[in-house]
Write a protein that binds this ligand. Structure first.
Ligand SMILES: Nc1ncnc2c1ncn2[C@@H]1O[C@H](COP(=O)(O)OP(=O)(O)O)[C@@H](O)[C@H]1O
Ligand SMILES: N[C@@H](CCC(=O)OP(=O)(O)O)C(=O)O
Length: 376
């Protein structure tokens, strides 16, 4: 089954966690990096394009700075990332040179992908690098990212890169065999789950936080990342990064780690971007009639069903759409700003021009730009 599913893979995003890239006690694990680069070069030789999302900058920088602190403050982590990122790139470059493979660094913040123009620019750059035969190495731009513009963890970033690059497989390499029925460091009876057909609440509940002091997010963020990829129609394999041959085995369809199958009813590219990459800038409140029309009939949101608006946002921004009980039912791009919505809320679309002196269209959120929460 795996083999058939993976036969078509032509472009893979490989995410490698900090613990895979470092030795016990800190510092980059050059042997592991060499091995991973050998395997990635092997994929390229088979005609499979590879995009690497690599963690490890903070861990490498912390080791180089010989920091005695057990837990780092955010500014200390940002400084460590600035020191560690070039060391990480140097290690990849060295390991790839023997294969004639050139590496390219791309550092991203959440803002870069939330802006459609920058998102498309980043996509073009990735395409050019792959066409030129280079290995793009992506990491979060930790040294400049603050909470509001952070992806938070590289698992999430790797899922967004999968959609950005339109890859057909996400491979997450971590410090454990795969997803277990519970965190094995606290439950000795935990069992490895080789196949996840659908990412249900039960699966999400199994995934806990990280047990290491260098990992961010633990299993929970990996399952969320797999869910995002699944919604994009892409399978995810979670596999043990320290195991020699892991990349080759996973991509060729051997039984290793956990395979998460893609969702059957995935979102199209644009809706995926709205649902997962954008951050809502405000809230539009709607009445029960509008809620029913959106959820049951998949219609656009018209001003007549709007009862209120919260937050300040320009036309074109992503907003939450909430029902009469305040619960979010959908998310979408608003064709009107919050102040315009305030003036047209509760009115018929035919009155928009009279109320504002101009109109952009009948809908406040067009159905092509709207994603129902129950489909996310
Ligand atoms: N259900 C689970 N199955 C496997 N690992 C789990 C589970 N719940 C929590 N974990 C923890 O998640 C860790 C992997 O996440 P993390 O430390 O963030 O790795 P990485 O650095 O690769 O992102 C595992 O080592 C384990 O301690
Ligand atoms: N961007 C950070 C890694 C953040 C992260 O998600 O780490 P990990 O859980 O080890 O994949 C770094 O390079 O250190």
């Amino acid at each position: 089954m795996r083999r058939e599913l993976l036969q078509q893979v032509r472009r893979v995003v490989i995410k490698v966690g900090s613990r895979v890239l470092t030795v016990e006690g800190g510092g980059l694990d050059h042997d592991a990096i060499t091995r991973l680069c050998d395997e990635m070069a092997g994929l390229r030789k088979q005609g499979i394009e590879v995009i690497l999302v690599s963690s490890g900058a903070v861990a490498a920088g912390r080791d180089a700075l010989r920091s005695a602190d057990t837990t780092l403050t955010i500014p200390q982590k940002q400084a460590a990332a600035a020191v560690g990122q070039p060391l990480l790139m140097q290690a990849y470059q060295q390991a790839c040179t023997r294969h004639g493979l050139v590496t390219a660094q791309i550092l991203l913040t959440a803002e870069d992908l939330a802006n459609r123009n920058r998102f498309l620019n980043a996509r073009t750059t990735l395409e050019s690098l792959l066409t030129a035969g280079a290995l793009p190495v992506i990491n979060e731009n930790d040294s400049v990212a603050v909470a509001e513009i952070k992806f938070g963890d590289n698992d999430n970033l790797s899922a967004l890169v999968t959609s950005l690059a339109e890859a057909d497989l996400l491979l997450i390499l971590t410090d454990i065999e795969g997803l277990y029925s519970a965190n094995p460091s606290s439950d000795p009876d935990a069992q490895l789950i080789p196949l996840v057909r659908s990412i249900t609440r039960e699966i999400e509940r199994m995934a806990g936080g990280s047990s290491s002091n260098v990992g961010t997010g633990g299993m929970a963020t990996k399952v969320t990342a797999a869910k995002k990829a699944a919604r994009f129609g892409v399978p995810t394999i979670l596999a043990p990064g320290k195991q020699p041959g892991v990349i080759t085995a996973a991509v060729s369809g051997q039984e290793i780690g956990t395979l998460f199958l893609p969702a059957r009813d995935g979102l199209n590219r644009r809706k995926h971007w709205i649902a997962y990459t954008l951050r809502p800038a405000g809230k539009i409140l709607v009445d029960a009639g509008a809620q029913k029309a959106l959820v049951a009939k998949g219609t656009s949101l018209l001003p007549s069903g709007i009862t209120g608006v919260e937050g300040r946002f320009e036309r074109g921004r992503c907003v939450r759409i909430c029902g009469p009980d305040g619960v979010e039912i959908a998310r979408g791009l608003s064709d009107y700003s919050n102040s315009e919505i305030q003036l047209i809320a509760g009115h018929k679309s035919a009155e928009i021009e009279q109320l504002l002196g101009y109109r952009y269209g009948d809908d406040v959120v067009h159905r092509d730009n709207l994603v129902l929460i129950n489909s996310i």
